[in-house]
Design a protein around this ligand. Structure first.
Ligand code: EPU
Length: 339
């Protein structure tokens, strides 16, 4: 069933619990609903805006046109042999259910991405990543529907132009396609990526030397719970900023002044600096600004302490960016989609 609501409050549909009205709103649960919605919008010349899990968005103003809440769900094994499996998730499926589906069947590849909030369809847009793995490492292809023409197109890994928390869907094709399903290529033979420091530490703490997939997701759950606020208890949208990338000349200068500056090699000769460290060093970790703050255990996460407004959030974002710029001459870039 496909019903259009007018002036719908989007606040409860975001994990940050900050929102505004949608001029028109509908929940879609099937391809038929989607086609009907595209037709409805085309007839009225209204733009379409897709809302997935609402977990990576800060809505600051009324959204004109038709907002679609994607609840097209389902997970399917497309192909399986003794070495690999192709697993397809419909875009409105909850990401963590998708990971669970794989883990319970001993399919390797998604485990490090356990407990990332959001939907399957949001995963390629952001090229989600955690603990040394990004979606692009297991991505096979995705099916998307052109919101202008209604035609379906398959995107390969190179078509998606994945980068650090980035893809073509955030840039050149922003707003153009509805991602309908995502297929990943997983391994059937054990292959774990444990090199991200804290996973090994967590397993060592429990004296686990030959970890199973379950041990890995348990360890990740514990690491995440120790640092990341649960949005059900403290509304947030995950990392608010991207980690910064600077060149080696700038790194040299900064290290002279701040010898403890953490840094990791990035692509194209750049160096990655944890934005959480920069924000903490600029004095923002856990400091309250009305109803918002940067989280006391992980300064990269902006939290809504209850009833925060978009204005309060934007003011804090501005302050953080200005302070980091002043102290380190680094421009922080939002990871969250600010509308
Ligand atoms: N750090 C601080 N203070 C802080 C937070 C971090 O000093 O308050 C420093 C520490 O030096 C730490 C380093 O930052 O060693 C890295 O921190 P962490 O391992 O928590 O990871 P992150 O780089 O802050 C990224 C992703 C997370 C992902 C984790 C784990 C981005 C923007 N964020 O955070 O993803 O869960 O790595 O792999 O790349 C998300 O995208 O929403 C998200 C939560």
């Amino acid at each position: 069933m496909f019903t259009i609501e007018k002036n719908k409050n989007l606040t409860p549909l975001t994990t940050l619990k900050i929102g505004a009205l949608a001029e028109f709103f509908a929940v879609i649960k099937s391809k038929a609903d989607l086609s009907a919605a595209i037709e409805w919008a085309r007839a009225r010349k209204k733009p379409i805006f897709i809302l997935g899990g609402g977990s990576n968005i800060l809505i600051t103003k009324k959204i004109k046109g038709l907002v679609l809440k994607n609840e097209i769900r389902g997970i399917e094994i497309i192909e399986k042999n003794k070495d690999r499996v192709l697993l397809e998730g419909k875009s409105g499926e909850i990401w963590t259910r998708f990971v669970n589906f794989a883990v319970t069947r001993n399919f390797y590849g998604l485990e490090n991405l356990f407990l990332i909030y959001g939907t399957v369809g949001g995963a390629p847009v952001q090229n989600i990543g955690a603990y040394g793995v990004e979606l692009k490492d297991v991505f096979y292809h995705l099916r998307a529907i052109d919101l202008k023409t209604g035609h379906e197109k398959i995107f390969s890994v190179s078509d998606c132009r994945f980068g650090y928390r980035d893809s073509i869907f955030k840039n050149k094709l922003k707003g153009r396609y509805f991602i309908y399903s995502v297929t990943v290529r997983l391994k059937r033979q054990p292959e774990l990526k444990l090199d991200y420091g804290s996973i090994r530490e967590e397993l060592a703490k429990k004296k686990i030397t030959a970890p199973s997939l379950r041990d890995v997701i348990k360890a990740i759950e514990e690491i995440r719970n120790s640092k990341l606020p649960n949005p059900a208890l403290m509304p947030n949208a995950g990392s608010f900023f991207k980690n910064a990338e600077i060149d080696s000349a700038q790194l040299k200068k900064l290290i002279k002044k701040y010898p403890s500056l953490p840094h990791f090699p990035a692509t194209r000769g750049k160096v990655k600096i944890p934005a959480g460290w920069l924000i903490e060093s600029a004095g923002f970790k856990g400091k309250k600004f009305g109803s918002v703050s940067m989280h006391k255990k992980q300064a990269l996460i902006l939290v809504n302490r209850g009833g925060a407004t978009a204005h309060q959030a934007l003011t804090l974002v501005k302050k953080v960016k200005a302070a980091v710029k002043k102290k380190f001459a680094i421009d922080l870039e939002e990871e969250v989609n600010v509308i």
